[in-house]
Design a protein around this ligand. Structure first.
Ligand SMILES: C[S@@+](CC[C@H](N)C(=O)[O-])C[C@H]1O[C@@H](n2cnc3c(N)ncnc32)[C@H](O)[C@@H]1O
Length: 214
């Protein structure tokens, strides 16, 4: 997106709350902040969560906890969010802000490879909303683990599906680009699901069960 249009879009979207802004600032001071979703995407995810009213959310890729926070804020008090990441260090930053925002009791942080965390879920677990934002080469595996657990009106959001536009150039053979291109093709070819690819952030796919596969 043209930079000036991106700035306009960001300034005409509901702004981050005070705790969220401090978490954004802290993350940028510690890292380039590049791994964190942008606030227009965060606002979309907050609104979608409020509309869907999920009972169980699964996040794959928590980092310093911003996406976790913006989803958790929109959850009903009895709902829960299982946050999966391999890094105890990055996620410890998030824990502080989840406490400050008063949503820590809704977040169940599980440290370890997300494929193992998902495999350990109780049989019959129903996921109402998932957000996938971790290792790109793992995306097809996460999708295959999540689809059988998806509730009838459940949604899987998958981040970085446009990868700065690199997926559209077949000349880019970098491992993550190839993995994301393969993931996008895999989802499109799967008749169990429908997908809408949104040009928000770095590209966000919204996936639900196809009407006839429920
Ligand atoms: C792009 S960051 C997530 C950003 C976060 N959603 C946010 O908006 O702030 C990707 C995260 O995935 C985690 N990750 C990488 N490989 C993983 C794996 N196999 N299982 C679980 N988490 C993993 C990394 O530790 C990193 O924190």
């Amino acid at each position: 997106m043209d930079e000036s249009v991106g700035t306009y879009l960001a300034s005409h979207t509901t702004q981050p709350g005070e705790v969220e802004q401090r978490l954004i600032d802290t993350t940028q001071a510690m890292t380039s902040g590049m791994m964190q979703i942008g606030h227009p995407q965060a606002q979309f995810m907050t609104m979608l969560t409020a509309l869907l009213q999920p009972k169980l959310v699964v996040e794959i890729g928590t980092f310093t906890g911003y996406s976790t926070l913006v989803i958790a804020k929109a959850l009903a008090a009895e709902a829960s969010l299982i946050a999966c990441d391999v890094s105890a260090e990055w996620t410890s930053v998030g824990r502080r802000y989840w406490e400050e925002a008063g949503v820590a009791d809704r977040i169940d942080l599980r440290i370890g490879p997300a494929s193992e965390t998902l495999a350990a879920f109780d049989p019959g677990t129903l996921v109402d909303l998932a957000f996938v934002d971790a290792d790109k080469t793992g995306y097809v595996g996460y999708f295959e683990q999540l689809v059988p657990m998806l509730s009838p009106k459940g949604v899987i959001l998958v981040d970085n599906v446009l990868w700065s536009g690199r997926v559209a150039s077949s000349e880019d053979r970098q491992e993550d680009t190839v993995a994301l291109r393969a993931f996008n093709a895999h989802v499109l070819a799967d008749e169990r699901v429908q997908v809408a690819m949104l040009p928000i952030g770095d590209g966000l796919s919204m996936i639900k069960l196809a009407e006839d596969s429920r």
